[in-house]
Design a protein around this ligand. Structure first.
Ligand code: SAM
Length: 213
């Protein structure tokens, strides 16, 4: 094989590992355009892939310097580095290598239940575990630490994703879209900040405990 041809094959294989924008990507991108009105925000795009969501935000006027892109896939990181040279790009398994907090956290995750026939190179981008929700559930466990007080998470799921553990977050279905084999759903998730009101008149104090003080 000549050198030129060898390089072409390498590039083709590399591109195959990077999730190319599909129906879910375009749907999420459109929802972002309709729901994010603020430009002066610190954003993280988790599982950036081709970078379509970050690109959408930049086109909407968000400062590229306020955008962080993360992905677990090394090939994705190599691809994103020259494309988003003003943004922060981190190779990270979910939030493992992330320290900051954000106003908006976006995630188009691998959400499909495992299909043994799916090729290994596309599995990383599409399969979320046996039920499809395993990566989403890890994300929900970790994300709290990275969300500013009034911040929000924009997360895409599908009716095919089973077993999501929403923990105690507040969630609102922003939009859904029916495709011929699944229904895509985009959620706005926020922290449940309802204060716990303690009625001290109801608290019974044990007198012997008070004497010991
Ligand atoms: C469905 S693709 C979405 C890509 C892009 N955001 C879009 O909307 O087209 C999921 C992306 O998540 C990445 N990913 C999978 N597991 C991850 C993990 N544990 N931590 C970070 N990124 C992950 C994949 O490499 C892939 O790029």
């Amino acid at each position: 094989m000549g050198k030129k041809k060898q390089k072409k094959v390498f590039l083709k294989n590399r591109m195959r590992e990077i999730y190319q924008p599909a129906e879910d990507s375009y749907f999420l991108s459109d929802v972002l355009k309709r729901t994010i009105n603020e430009k002066n925000i610190k954003v993280i795009d988790v599982g950036s892939g081709s970078g379509i969501q970050a690109e959408t935000l930049i086109n909407m006027g968000v400062n590229p310097k306020d955008i962080t892109l993360i992905d677990v896939n090394e090939e994705v990181i190599k691809y994103l580095l020259p494309k988003f040279n003003q943004s922060k790009i981190i190779q990270s398994n979910l939030f493992q290598n992330v320290k900051s907090k954000f106003d908006v956290i976006i995630f188009n995750p691998p959400y499909l239940p495992e299909n043994k026939e799916e090729p290994k190179d596309s599995k990383l981008a599409t399969t979320g575990g046996k039920k499809g929700s395993e990566i989403i559930n890890k994300f929900l466990e970790q994300v709290r630490k990275h969300l500013n007080k009034d911040g929000k998470i924009i997360l895409l799921t599908s009716n095919l994703t089973k077993g999501i553990n929403w923990l105690d977050y507040k969630k609102k279905l922003i939009e859904k879209k029916k495709l011929f084999f699944e229904e895509l759903r985009v959620w706005e998730i926020t922290q449940n900040l309802t204060p716990v009101i303690l009625d001290i008149s109801e608290v019974k104090v044990n007198k012997s405990f008070l004497f010991k003080l």
